[in-house]
Design a protein around this ligand. Structure first.
Ligand code: BEZ
Ligand code: FE
Length: 303
């Protein structure tokens, strides 16, 4: 009997919080807050959270915020390792059909990379295995998209991004590249390697407590856009990487795993401006037309 009274009290509390939401609040915001309150209260009841655990959680969230600055985004990392980023991705790209599959943006994207020409080396000065990447950007009808923009970023051969290193002298291993008249792109770089996400913050501690490794399989990042088309944020993963089945951020999709083929021919390497042995990979990105409703929504988000 007492337990039942307790249950009613707990449920009434949830409903009381929801009832305080103003009828004038934006309808979408109301829906999000109602669901959030129900789920958070449900979670507390489900695990019968102790006061110590709740305080621990608040300390953790505080430390996560304190770890963030203009170069480090610990909340994105938290969302990534808990699979929330990939869940948001899945919910927002249902039925994308023939378009290139998307994956996490990650915390290391930086605006304003320098624009390079097709065939240029985006890894200038960095040690690593020479690599050539080429392909096309197409519409879902197979039309080559000339002038499409590829924003590229990757880690160095030790698995660090420029923003994680001191004194890189500006943006490194990042570039913007436009497709040519036939929708083609090509660039030189170094072969990416698998690397750990940052573990020196609160997210690293939680990963450790969960008994999980922090590794991401080797990949190159792409953000591909063209006027009138939906932007695709994705990676190309290196086939054969040992972490493809256990990516710490759950970002791998089979269609994004690409063979980076080793080539020992000095003559072929020379033609591409590389040294043998080198690796080459080819991939066509497919974008779909942005529908008017989504375009209007996106524009109002920017304003
Ligand atoms: C990345 O690939 O850059 C990345 C993605 C999610 C978390 C950490 C890093
Ligand atoms: Fe990455």
């Amino acid at each position: 009997m007492e337990a039942q009274v307790q249950n009613e009290l707990e449920t009434r509390l949830t409903e009381a919080v929801i009832a305080r939401l103003s009828d004038d609040a934006d309808p979408r915001f109301r829906r999000i807050m109602q669901s959030l309150v129900r789920h958070v209260h449900g979670f507390v009841r489900d695990v019968e959270l102790t006061e110590e655990e709740w305080f621990e959680a608040i300390k953790f969230l505080t430390a996560t915020g304190q770890k963030c600055d203009d170069k480090r985004q610990e909340f994105i990392l938290l969302s990534d390792v808990l699979g929330v980023s990939m869940l948001v991705d899945a919910v927002n790209h249902r039925g994308s059909g023939a378009t290139t599959e998307t994956t996490v943006l990650g915390p290391f994207f930086v605006h304003g990379a320098k624009e390079i020409e097709n065939g240029d080396d985006m890894s200038a000065g960095w040690e690593g295995e020479p690599t050539y990447v080429s392909g096309r950007v197409l519409s879902t009808e197979g039309k080559p998209l000339s002038g499409a923009l590829l924003d590229l970023w990757q880690s160095n051969s030790e698995g660090s991004y420029d923003v994680q290193l001191a004194d890189t002298g500006g943006k490194q291993l990042r570039a913007k590249l436009r497709t040519d008249a036939e929708g083609r792109f090509r660039f030189r770089t170094i072969l990416p390697t698998s690397y750990p996400v940052p573990t020196d913050g609160p997210v690293g501690l939680v990963l450790n407590r969960m008994g999980r490794h922090p590794m991401r399989p080797a990949h190159l990042h792409f953000m591909v856009s063209a006027p009138g088309y939906d932007t695709v944020v994705t990676h190309l993963f290196v086939k054969g990487d040992p972490y493809l089945d256990s990516d710490v951020v759950f970002g791998v999709k089979d269609s994004l795993i690409v063979d980076f083929k080793r080539n020992d021919s000095q003559a072929e390497a020379q033609k591409l401006g590389l040294k043998a042995p080198f690796y080459s990979a080819s991939y066509d990105f497919v974008l779909r037309r942005a529908d008017k409703a989504r375009q209007a929504h996106a524009a109002s988000d920017v304003l």
